[in-house]
Design a protein around this ligand. Structure first.
Ligand code: FEO
Length: 390
């Protein structure tokens, strides 16, 4: 429990040991579920709650802070890592109303079995008064889910942004340092990247506000909002870098030999290579690289006439994350015929990327394979030159 400003407390929980989010996303540095109390002269509000696994921490912090009455529980987002403790909060503070938008209300009824009478609905740009403090609500859809919104505390110029500008980072620092850049970029890549156009609009929307502090519901608080806002502007832009992500799996060494040769060929042409052997890797590292790279290459051995499941998983994830990648291709090896290339290309259907002709080796790569890999590297360089990044 720590104070941001007089009457404004951080009362959430740090999860140092969590290693997987949504049973999907690696958390190498843990995470936090931030929750904030705002004590106005007349009313008290709780901004978001915490994951149900940490309800006891939230309750402990509220008791320590001497909060004996909560009038409003603001639900910026329906996902359970922020909403999951609402039922316990309503048990402890039965007079409290859950303040949210209509869409989020429906989700909370579905997810948490709350009753219609628990809610007070706010409109976009709607306000509630806490007496000497005013909360204003700004709908910012798709800063993870369609119902997401931000709460702006007008008098103190604090934006409570929930997932927006968050980072999966367990730290004793209340405020962000430059160390937050990588965890925030990971967070963007894994959670926000598919919604870049919506996030661009939301960045324009919050530019209307005079913001001194951004207090997200994951990771440290931003006392320098420009740092994280400018990073987001870069990440959501259509600008790509002269970089190639090569994500591969190799069963018997043929594909890895191709990857080694191909990565060297790219480097000789002045292209930055982000090489990922997918076996046992933190897939979040691939996601981070996809934020900027102009080109992505999936490398795979063929298994049972199709792609290796590890490569298929990577292709599925790339497709789901919808990065701004401009070009893509496939390299790999096989022992006999099959549909590895067709299957992988089909998995990349969401990408607005030009597919450059794949290079597949029958068995161990030989001289003609290396020539084709050189040609692929030449084509990628030419494409990068066409768009002015090489
Ligand atoms: Fe942190 Fe989308 O929940």
């Amino acid at each position: 429990m720590r104070q941001l400003k007089p009457g404004i407390l951080s009362v959430g929980a740090i999860n140092w040991d969590s290693r997987l989010f949504d049973e999907l996303i690696p958390l190498p540095e843990g995470t936090s579920y931030n929750s904030y109390v705002i004590k106005g002269s007349e009313k008290t509000a709780l901004i978001d709650t915490v994951d149900p696994s940490k309800t006891a921490d939230l309750l402990h912090n509220l008791i320590e802070a001497g909060i004996d009455k909560i009038d409003y529980i603001i639900a910026n987002h329906g996902e359970q890592d922020h909403s999951g403790s609402i039922p316990d909060m309503l048990s402890m503070y039965p007079e409290a109303k859950v303040v949210t938008n209509e869409k989020c209300k429906g989700m909370l009824i579905d997810l948490l079995c709350l009753d219609d009478s628990n809610f007070e609905i706010v409109a976009d740009r709607g306000q509630i008064s806490l007496g000497n403090k005013t909360l204003e609500f700004h709908f910012t859809p798709w800063v993870h889910w369609p119902e997401t919104m931000c709460s702006y505390l007008k008098e103190d110029k604090i934006l409570f942004s929930c997932d927006f500008f968050g980072s999966h980072l367990a730290t004793s620092d209340l405020y962000a340092t430059e160390n937050v850049y990588e965890p925030a970029k990971r967070y963007f890549a894994e959670i926000m990247m598919p919604f870049r156009p919506a996030i661009r609009k939301n960045l324009e929307r919050i530019a209307e506000l005079d913001i001194e502090i951004i207090a997200p519901s994951h990771g440290p608080i931003h006392k320098n909002p420009a740092f994280i806002i400018n990073a987001y502007k870069q990440w959501v832009s259509d600008e790509v870098k002269n970089e190639v992500v090569v994500a591969f799996v190799s069963m018997h060494g043929s594909t890895s030999k191709m990857v080694d040769y191909f990565c060297n060929a790219l480097m000789e042409r002045g292209i930055t290579v982000k090489r990922f052997n997918l076996t046992g890797i933190d897939i979040g590292k691939v996601a981070i690289s996809l934020v900027d790279a102009a080109t992505v290459i999936i490398g795979s051995s063929q298994v049972l006439a199709g792609p290796h499941p590890t490569a298929a998983h990577a292709a599925f994830l790339v497709n789901a994350l919808r990065p701004k990648t401009k070009f893509a291709s496939i390299i790999g090896s096989m022992g006999w015929g099959g549909k590895m290339v067709e299957t992988l290309a089909g998995l990349l259907g969401n990408l607005k990327a030009e597919i450059i002709e794949p290079v597949i080796s029958k068995g161990y790569p030989k001289e003609d394979t290396f020539e084709k890999l050189d040609e692929l590297a030449d084509k990628i360089l030419a494409k990068h030159k066409e768009i002015g990044i090489a």
